[in-house]
Each structure stands twice: as structure tokens, then as C-alpha cells.
Design a protein around this ligand. Structure first.
Ligand code: NAP
Length: 256
């Protein structure tokens, strides 16, 4: 089996954390370039993104995350998961991807580094018109929104869908996906993001700094709640079907 580690890059710069804590636990360090296993791909990282889950893993809070990521300290010293980049080398079983290909997806062992080793089945090609930066922003937030809109809420053409946190990571994808599924979409955000949410395709935008969507008298077929700022009892006034994407309520689905 050929050595998948490029000789010119035996070490790399990476963000490293040796303990859980605030952002100050992160150090820029020189570490070894990961060696991809048989089914993995070594990606030269051109862009990486962070989402709330990365924050939980960095801080180790809520404590339940430590069950998955290491009880006393982070099992993977390099934080981050979502990335986009260029394939540098492939393991012997990763036959569907070739060196030089532009890819994006999920690393399981750290994305905030010059190189990351990624299971081949967690990568797809970057479309020609997408930048590395935009591609790196898609994986976890886009997939969360897709699961919520398509798989959990089962959004259908003509339904009215309200998305809270419409300017955020999950919400901005949810607005676009619900619109693509033919829904009439209302996005909830703050004043500074009203134009941005409308540009994503929202038919209506509620500025939560001036309007409480639970008190407008309007009801929605689906509410996708990325913020969970309103009590469930209040949200019930405005909904038929409720899906929470956030961590506070877990994957709550309520049909009224
Ligand atoms: N991103 C992911 O990959 C992911 C995956 C699984 C679960 N989650 C969970 O999903 C939730 C949202 O994550 P996110 O990544 O989308 O967060 P985010 O990027 O921080 O977005 C949250 C948005 O909420 C808006 N907001 C704040 N207060 C609001 C209010 N009272 N009413 C309506 N909108 C309000 C903010 O918009 P303004 O700036 O306009 O106020 C902000 O853009 C979190 O609980 C997270 O843990 C996220």
C-alpha cells in the first residue's frame, strides 16, 4: 500500500485543545499530518466552519457531550468538523474520490487544520459555482435544516412554514429548502437581517424586535424553531406542527 502521507507535509499547523474550556484553550500548534485509513481521504483544508455543536465540544458543556467526545479531555485534540478543500491522497478503499478533486463534508477528527482525514462517504464534490468558503458552511447546518424540513416536518407545497432564527446557520438553509419545497415561508429575525432573510426567498419576514409572532393571530402549518425563545404554550397559539432544531428541547415534534 502506498504511503498516503505527502512527504512535503509531514507536519501541519492546526488549532489544538488539550482540555475543555473557553476559546482560550485553543492553541495554534505544529502537529503530524493525519494518515488516512483505507476508507478515508486526506483533504487539504481550504475552508472550515464552526457551528454551535463545535462550541459545545470545545467547552465540554453540557456535560453529556463528554460521553461522546472524551470524559476528562477531548478525544480529538483538533476541533471543528465541517470543511471544504482539495483531495491530497486517498486510502486504498476510497476508490470513488481522486486526488485533486474539490470536496466538502464532515471530518470526524478535526477540521481546523491544514489537513484533515475524512471518511470518504462523508464527502461530496464541490459544485463548480460554489466557493470553498460557502461549501464549508453547508454540511451540518444544511443537513440539520434538510432533516427538519423534509424528514421531520414533511413540508409540502402550499403549506405555510414559519422559521425562527431565519438569519442563522440552520434557519437560513431552512428558509431556502422550505421555499424550494413550495411552501409559503415566513422568517423571523432581527431588524438588521430582514433584507437578508427576504433575499433568501422568504415570502414574509417578522422582525422579532417589534412583533411577537405568537400574538399576530396568524397560524402556520409548520413552525421550525431554531431559537426556542418563546414558551411552548405561546407557540401553540400559532401552529399546527412544531419542530425544534435546538438543543434545549431536543428533537421535539408536536402536532396540534
Ligand atoms: N448549526 C448547526 O449545525 C446545528 C445543528 C444542530 C442543532 N443546532 C441547534 O439549532 C439552534 C440554532 O443553531 P444555529 O446554528 O442556526 O444558530 P445561529 O447561527 O446562532 O442562529 C440563531 C439565530 O437566532 C436569531 N435569534 C436570536 N434571538 C431570536 C428571537 N428571539 N427570535 C427569532 N430569532 C432569534 C439570531 O438572528 P438575529 O441575529 O437576526 O437576531 C440568529 O441568527 C441552536 O440551538 C443549535 O444548537 C444547530
Amino acid at each position: 500500500m502506498p504511503d498516503p502521507t505527502p512527504a512535503s507535509a509531514a507536519t501541519m499547523r492546526a488549532a489544538v485543545q488539550h482540555r475543555y474550556g473557553p476559546p482560550s484553550v485553543l492553541e495554534s500548534s505544529e502537529v503530524g499530518v493525519p494518515r488516512p485509513d483505507r476508507g478515508e481521504v486526506l483533504v487539504q483544508v481550504r475552508a472550515a466552519s464552526v457551528h454551535p455543536g463545535d462550541y459545545f465540544v470545545m467547552t465540554g458543556e453540557p456535560y453529556v457531550v463528554r460521553l461522546a467526545f472524551g470524559l476528562r479531555r477531548p478525544r480529538h485534540g483538533i476541533p471543528g468538523r465541517d470543511l471544504a478543500g482539495v483531495v491530497e491522497a486517498v486510502g486504498t478503499d476510497a476508490t470513488a474520490i481522486r486526488p485533486g478533486e474539490k470536496v466538502f463534508g464532515w471530518s470526524t477528527a478535526g477540521a481546523l487544520a491544514e489537513y484533515a482525514s475524512v471518511p470518504a462517504d462523508r464527502l461530496v464534490s464541490v459544485p463548480a459555482d460554489l466557493s470553498f468558503v460557502d461549501a464549508a458552511a453547508v454540511p451540518t447546518s444544511g443537513m440539520t435544516a434538510l432533516q427538519a424540513v423534509r424528514d421531520i416536518a414533511n413540508v409540502r407545497p402550499g403549506q405555510s412554514v414559519l422559521v425562527t432564527g431565519a438569519s442563522g446557520g440552520v434557519g437560513s438553509f431552512a428558509v431556502q429548502i422550505a421555499k424550494a419545497f413550495g411552501a409559503e415561508v415566513t422568517g423571523v429575525c432581527s431588524t438588521r437581517n430582514v433584507d437578508m432573510v427576504r433575499s433568501l426567498g422568504a415570502d414574509h419576514v417578522v422582525d422579532y424586535t417589534g412583533t411577537d409572532f405568537t400574538r399576530t393571530g396568524k397560524r402556520y402549518d409548520v413552525i421550525l424553531d431554531n431559537v426556542e425563545s418563546e414558551p411552548l404554550a405561546a407557540v401553540r397559539r400559532a401552529l399546527t406542527r412544531y419542530v425544534a432544531a435546538g438543543h434545549t428541547r431536543g428533537k421535539v415534534v408536536i402536532t396540534v
